[in-house]
Design a binder for this molecule. Sequence first.
Ligand code: B12
Ligand code: SF4
Length: 521
Amino acid sequence: MKKIEKVIFIEPRAPDYHVFSKWGLPRLGCVLLATILRKHGIHSVVYVESKGAEIDLQDVLSADAIGITTITSTAPRAYEIADIAREHGIPVFMGGPHVSFLPEEALEHCDYVIRGEAEDIIYPFIKALEIGEGLEMISGISMKMNGVSYHSPTRCNCKDLDSLPFPDFSLIQGVKRYPITPVMTSRGCPYDCSFCAVTGMFGRRYRFVSPRRVVEGLQSIVPPADPNWVFFYDDIFNAHPKRTKELLRLMISEKVTPHWTAQVRTEVAKDKELLDLMEESNCYACYVGLESINPQTLKAYNKRQTPEDIQECIEKLHEHKIKVHGMFVFGSDEDDVHTIRQTAKFAKKNNIETVQFMILTPLPGSRYYDDLQRQDRLVTREWSLYDAHHVVFEPKKMSIWELQTETFRALMKFYSWWQVIKGFINFDLHNSLLRVYGRRLIVKWRKRNREFLELLGELTKSAGKMRPTMESFSSRARWLELMAKRAAGDIRERITILGSRAREYSRQRSKSDPHNLTHSV
Ligand code: B12
Ligand code: SF4
């Protein structure tokens, strides 16, 4: 038995730029789990790796157990960190959406995977780890037993969200201030879009925190979080309009109305009362899953919304002085290059303030992943490219080159200098600055991905036609994979540095007092 006194959680950095890169926002899982362990008297902290908030290796390697979270695009880095920790004999357990669906893959790098939601499990798990007994009784655990994989059934998701503590953001190391505070008021989603991994992970039953508890949470936000700006992390903030209205009414009556943003579906526009309350409670912007203006694509995504719903939603939000961040996904079997071009025009014409043009990505856990895998259309399994900005599958009505470059072009059109100036003309300085930020991000992305783009060009050209056949694709898939790894080279380089520093630290630790060293990566 080895007493577990210190547990460190790590959220690995994103492999590439994404729309929120600048803000380094954490997911809530690690913070909540660390908060829970603290309540049980276990020293627990979190590293949310991002620029300026690096992992302190000396601290990490002094933990009694290390928990690492994953989404698909961060899985490679998570595995590298896990390998290093295991080399040092520290037990590693992993969780999050990627490993929940691919636990076998993760067990090549870690000792335990906890699948699904982990708040009810984390303390019993740490206790079982400490006494070295009863691990197989933990719900949703995957591990090796005598060299054979064992997966215990997942009992259920966290039923009572009111019983969860408020996440303690001060446990995140190296961050002085979060300019936007994440707050989650619900879990699960009653819809079932084909590309989404949320329902597989959190279920279709919509569970929510009571309005009173949410308001208490908002009232208790303290630095490093900012009580004046809140991002409701709910997948769909308006999935249950009655409860959303109750919450907003309470926020208004209690005068707890920070500027807030949230992810919503287009149905929000059909409910005037809800829109009025959103405006009154200080809603600044909505991130709307608009997905596509192509009706066939909306059907293929099982989105249950029409292009008319999209138009109406933008208009109504604007009427209520709420900004629109439109999230579109390109690349369905119904999309061609014209869809992408038309979408950029549509977004500009309708004065959407900011957009994300994402590339359809087959995420493990989604129906779409199973379909493409069955159809043998995945062109790479380099997970760091599964970030919705790289093409990783063979589209139907365009080449991978077209899907990639047309998406890029559409982004450049939307974030053009004229669009920036338009913001100024409308006296919307904040929006203009956001568009400048968007433009800079795209340019940086292109620079960083030059090699990847060259590869896609080569691949398409050498196939001799713009739409390569399945055969030509599969024969080149290895090449793509190789090049993709090179494109991610600098990340691996950093990991190598992490590895060599780890070894150096370990050598020195065995020789002398570890507290003389301060390594950070
Ligand atoms: C907020 C959010 C963001 C934020 C912040 C992201 C961040 N730091 O990664 C922003 C807007 C920046 C963002 C960006 C992206 N996101 Co996002 N995002 C979310 C969202 C809505 C909420 C996250 C959250 O806090 N959830 C609540 C907490 C409680 O859940 P959790 O952190 O997963 O933790 C629970 C379990 O997973 C488990 N667990 C988690 N970690 C660990 C670790 C251990 C050791 C253990 C034991 C258990 C465990 O226990 C926790 C408690 O129950 C989720 C959807 C969702 N419902 O989770 C999508 C989600 C995570 N995002 C997703 C994606 C794809 C992206 C992007 C790639 C694309 C995009 N949309 O732009 C980028 C990539 C960012 C990156 N880091 O590389 C996917 C990931 C799926 C996957 N398999 O990869 C999700 C699941 C949504 C979806 N459509 O499926 N995102
Ligand atoms: S995309 Fe949005 S609406 Fe569709 S299943 Fe996922 S969370 Fe629900």
